[in-house]
Design a protein around this ligand. Structure first.
Ligand code: F7E
Length: 343
């Protein structure tokens, strides 16, 4: 019998990779999308004839019930959120509505339509925030440092609570930063790989960044969606940390990206104080022993390989556009990568 899954946030980076994985596994894939006048569906354009889209919005309870009734999924992956940390200071209430209360609405809809649905909540290492120990694992206390981190902590605990209260197969995957050529341009990895490629082509000379000393545990999004899927295939629901187990500074990220193009980041990267966050997460480093042992999961793409892959993709995209009519590569920045996307 064909298994059916519903993905919220299917137009985002993770949604598109997860849809590919589930299609490969033989699933019937539904994606929930919000109505928008621009319809930013580029990341799933290549899948459009293989997936079904249903309209729904995490802000609208009735639309979630309807999306579940239409798709009748066995598994629901909640990947939708306001996911950009700096925006969460400008729009803290909206962030809470999508990223925190949206989880309640979706779980309530599941309870109403079919409590047998298996539910994956995309939780975040941002919940650890000002870390009390390193590396961070499933038992490490949370101290979120942004309205986004706080909202994710709510979503995490609500997922645990609905499992404990109602016996729903609901799991929280605590993913550390995960990147790819499909990452939005506002996130630091993609900003750096895009900036380095642009500079190497003579389209820019400088790249303005915030805190270069922040350390993150960066992995490849394509590896992380496999862990999400594996979590819902277990006999018992349990929460897992998904991480590479390696931390690098933003400066090191710049060194790898610029170095791959034969450039020295010191000649191009400048610090812009306006990009420093009101409260920073200085270090995130994950311990995914539980996922490795119980799910048999391990990441396949390492940090340097990931960054080089992203630089190559940005360069290819810009070269492709340069060979065309338009001389300005920025005109070809993929629309989803323009700042402000939710997903
Ligand atoms: O920042 C520093 C910045 O925006 C990483 C989201 O997917 O992962 C992501 O959240 C670090 C921070 O990701 C710039 O201060 C320096 O320390 O790429 P980011 P994030 O905030 O860690 C977690 C796991 C999520 O759940 C989130 O949804 O890089 N940084 N200069 C900069 N960051 C940005 N964006 N831009 C800069 O110019």
């Amino acid at each position: 019998m064909t298994r059916t899954a519903l993905i919220t946030g299917i137009t985002g980076q993770d949604g598109s990779y997860l849809a590919e994985l589930l299609l490969d596994e033989g699933y019937h894939v539904f994606g929930m999308t919000r109505r928008s006048s621009t319809g930013a569906n580029e990341r799933i354009a290549h899948l459009r004839d293989r997936i079904e889209l249903v309209q729904g919005d995490l802000l609208d309870q009735a639309s979630l019930v309807e999306a579940l009734r239409t798709s009748r999924p066995r598994e629901v992956y909640n990947l939708a959120a306001q996911s950009f940390v700096p925006t969460s200071w400008n729009q803290p209430v909206l962030t809470g509505e999508f990223t925190a209360l949206g989880v309640t609405r979706l779980l309530e809809a599941i309870r109403q339509v079919d409590p047998g649905i298996r539910f994956y909540q995309a939780s975040s290492s941002e919940m650890f925030g000002k870390v009390t120990e390193s590396p961070q694992h499933e038992g490490t206390p949370f101290h979120p440092r942004s309205p986004y981190g706080v909202a994710k902590a709510y979503g995490h605990f609500l997922t645990v609570n609905y499992r404990e209260s109602y016996g729903i197969f609901a799991v929280s995957g605590i993913s550390f930063n995960h990147e790819s050529p499909r990452r939005g341009l506002e996130f630091v990895t993609r900003k750096v790989t895009d900036g380095a490629a642009r500079i190497s082509l003579g389209l820019a000379t400088q790249l303005q960044l915030g805190n270069l000393e922040a350390r993150r545990d960066w992995g490849f999004a394509g590896d992380y969606v496999r862990a999400m899927w594996l979590m819902l295939q277990r006999d018992e629901p349990r929460d897992y940390v998904i991480a590479s187990g390696e931390a690098h500074t933003v400066r090191e990220l710049c060194e790898v990206a610029f170095g791959h193009l034969g450039l020295d980041q010191r000649d191009h990267v400048v610090q812009d104080p306006s990009l420093i966050r009101p409260a920073e997460v200085d270090l995130l480093l994950g311990d995914s022993t539980r996922a490795r042992e119980e799910l048999g999961w391990e990441p396949k793409v390492g940090f340097e390989q990931l960054i080089r892959m992203m630089v190559d993709a940005d360069l290819a995209r810009m070269r492709g556009s340069r060979d065309g009519d338009r001389p300005d590569a920025s005109a070809y920045a993929e629309p989803w990568a323009r700042a402000g996307a939710i997903g």
